[in-house]
Ligand binder design. Structure first.
Ligand code: C2O
Ligand code: CU
Length: 453
C-alpha cells in the first residue's frame, strides 16, 4: 500500500491516490480453489492521511495513528487472524502475512481496506482490487476467458477543480462525518469514460461495486440484453437474461455480453443517467463465440427446517442525545456492546433483517455465503410506535439476479429480509455490517463469533 498518482482521464491532471501496488484498482488476484495463498500486505503509506478523519467516530480517536490499514478479502472464507479484523489495523512501516486457503467455489471476490473508523477514507483513497477464485466446474463450462474475460471494478468519486480526490464533509470541523457519499464521476477500473475495443463475440465481465455508498442500476444502451451467470459467491444454476441489474455497495455480478451481430456499433454501459463506459465493436472476431451453456452450477436450496436458530435483527437510525448526530445501528447495538450473535460452527441459522430506516442497507457477513429466502413488507410506523409487527401482503422471493450464493444482501426499508446461512469454516471473531461505508463507520457494524459446537 502506497501513495501514488494515477491518470483518471486524458484531460485531467494526475490524481494523488493510495493504491495496492501502483494502480487503482490494485492488481487482480487470481486464485485456484483449494490452493492456498500467502500474501504479505505491506503498509508503505505516508504518515499523513489524504482525507479528513473524524476523530469522534468509534475506533478513530485522536490517540490512534491517523494512517492505519488492514486488508479484508470480501467473500473469502479465511481463518479469523487473516480476515482483516477492523481493530487489527497497522501503521506505515509494518506488514502482515495473511493466509487465504481458498477452500471455496469459484467466485468474484474483492479485497479492500477495513481499518476501524477510517475504512471509508482508505477505500475512497483507492485501496481496493478484484480477487477471483477459479475451479474445475467453471473451467468445464468453457466461458469466455483470457482477453475475453474482464473485471469491471466500479467506483464513484468527487474531484476538486485541480483533479484531486474530494471527500465531502459535514461542515463541522471536529466531526466531518457524512452519512453517504455520491460522486459525480463514475469510474470503471479507475478511469473516467473509458472505452474498450471488443470483437463481435461474447465476453465475460466480472463486475464489482467498490463504491462507498452508490447503488448502480446497470444497463446497456438500446435496451440490449445481457446474461447474468453469477452472483457474489459464484455461478448461478443457469444464465439469466436481463436488461438491467442493481448492485449495492460490495455486491458483484458476473455477466456475459454477446457483441456478435453488433459489428461496427458502439454500446454504452450505463447506470441511470450516467454513462460508465463504451464498448466499440470491431468488424470481425478472431475466435468464434462458443454458445453459453444452458446449465452452469447446480445450487441446492437450503431448507428452513435445517436452521437451529432464527435471529431477528433490526436496522435502526438513532439520534445520539449527546452529540446530536445520527447513528446507524444494527439491532440497536454499538460496536463495543457485547457480542450477541454467536452461531455454532457448522450450524444453519436464519437471520431476519427488520429495516426500520428509510434506506436500503447492503448487509454483509464475513466468512460465510448465504441464500436469500424472501422479503416481507411490514407496517414500520406501527412497529415503531406500538411495537406490534403487522405484516403486509405476501413474502416476495429474491430477484433472479440474486437467487444464488450471496454474501451481501439488499435490506430494503419497510421490509423484513430473511437469509439462511451455514456457519462453515472456522471458529472465531468476525464482523457483519452495512456496506455503505459511511454507515459502517458510524456504528452500523457488529462483531459476531463462531463458537465450537
Ligand atoms: Cu467488504 Cu467487512 O467487508
Ligand atoms: Cu447502511
Amino acid at each position: 500500500m502506497r501513495e501514488t498518482e494515477i491518470k483518471v482521464h486524458r484531460d485531467m491532471a494526475s490524481t494523488r491516490v493510495w493504491s495496492y501496488g501502483d494502480r487503482v484498482p490494485g492488481p487482480t488476484i487470481e486464485a485456484r480453489s483449494g490452493r492456498g495463498l500467502l500474501i504479505e500486505w505491506r503498509n508503505d503509506l505516508p504518515a499523513q492521511h489524504l482525507l479528513p478523519i473524524d476523530h469522534t467516530l468509534c475506533g478513530a480517536g485522536a490517540e490512534m495513528a491517523d494512517v492505519r490499514a488492514v486488508v479484508h478479502v470480501h467473500g473469502a472464507k479465511v481463518p479469523p487472524e487473516s480476515d482483516g479484523y477492523p481493530e487489527a489495523s497497522y501503521p506505515p512501516g509494518r506488514s502482515v502475512v495473511c493466509h487465504y486457503p481458498n477452500r471455496q467455489e469459484a467466485a468474484t471476490l474483492w479485497y479492500h481496506d477495513h481499518a476501524m473508523g477510517i475504512e471509508r477514507l482508505n477505500q475512497y483513497a483507492g485501496l481496493f482490487g478484484a480477487y477471483l477464485i477459479r475451479d474445475e466446474v467453471e473451467d468445464a463450462l468453457d466461458l469466455p476467458s483470457g482477453s475475453y474475460e474482464i473485471p469491471l471494478v466500479l467506483c464513484d468519486r468527487l474531484f476538486t477543480a485541480g483533479g484531486q480526490l474530494n471527500y465531502p464533509t459535514s461542515g463541522v470541523a471536529e466531526a466531518p462525518w457524512v452519512s453517504e457519499v455520491n460522486g459525480d464521476a463514475l469510474l470503471v477500473n479507475g478511469k473516467l469514460f473509458p472505452y474498450l475495443d471488443v470483437e463481435p463475440r461474447r465476453y465475460r465481465f466480472r463486475v464489482v461495486n467498490a463504491s462507498n455508498s452508490r447503488f448502480y442500476s446497470l444497463s446497456l444502451s438500446g435496451g440490449r440484453s445481457f446474461q447474468q451467470i453469477g452472483t457474489d459467491q459464484g455461478l448461478l444454476p443457469a444464465p439469466v437474461s436481463l436488461t438491467s441489474v442493481t448492485l449495492s455497495p460490495a455486491e458483484r455480478t458476473d455477466l456475459t455480453i454477446d457483441f456478435s451481430g453488433a459489428a461496427g456499433e458502439s454500446i454504452v454501459l450505463q447506470s441511470q443517467a450516467f454513462q460508465l463506459m463504451q464498448f466499440r465493436v470491431g468488424g470481425s472476431a478472431r475466435v468464434k463465440t462458443a454458445g453459453l451453456p444452458v446449465a452452469l452450477r447446480p445450487i441446492v436450496k437450503m431448507l428452513e427446517s435445517e436452521a437451529v436458530q432464527t435471529r431477528t435483527l433490526t436496522l435502526n437510525e438513532y439520534m445520539d442525545p449527546k452529540t446530536r448526530t445520527m447513528l446507524m445501528l444494527l439491532n440497536a447495538s454499538r460496536w463495543h456492546d457485547p457480542v450477541t450473535e454467536r452461531p455454532a460452527l457448522g450450524t444453519v441459522e436464519i437471520w431476519k433483517f427488520v429495516n426500520l430506516t428509510e434506506d436500503t442497507h447492503p448487509i454483509h457477513l464475513h466468512l460465510v455465503r448465504f441464500q436469500i429466502l424472501d422479503r416481507q413488507r411490514f407496517d414500520a410506523d406501527g412497529y415503531a410506535t406500538m411495537g406490534n409487527m403487522k405484516l403486509i401482503g405476501d413474502p416476495v422471493r429474491p430477484e433472479p439476479s440474486e437467487d444464488g450464493w450471496k454474501d451481501t444482501v439488499q435490506a430494503h426499508p419497510g421490509m423484513i429480509t430473511r437469509i439462511i446461512v451455514r456457519f462453515d469454516g472456522y471458529v472465531g471473531r468476525y464482523v457483519w455490517h452495512c456496506h455503505v461505508l459511511e454507515h459502517a463507520a458510524n456504528e452500523m457494524m457488529r462483531p459476531f463469533e463462531v463458537v465450537s459446537s
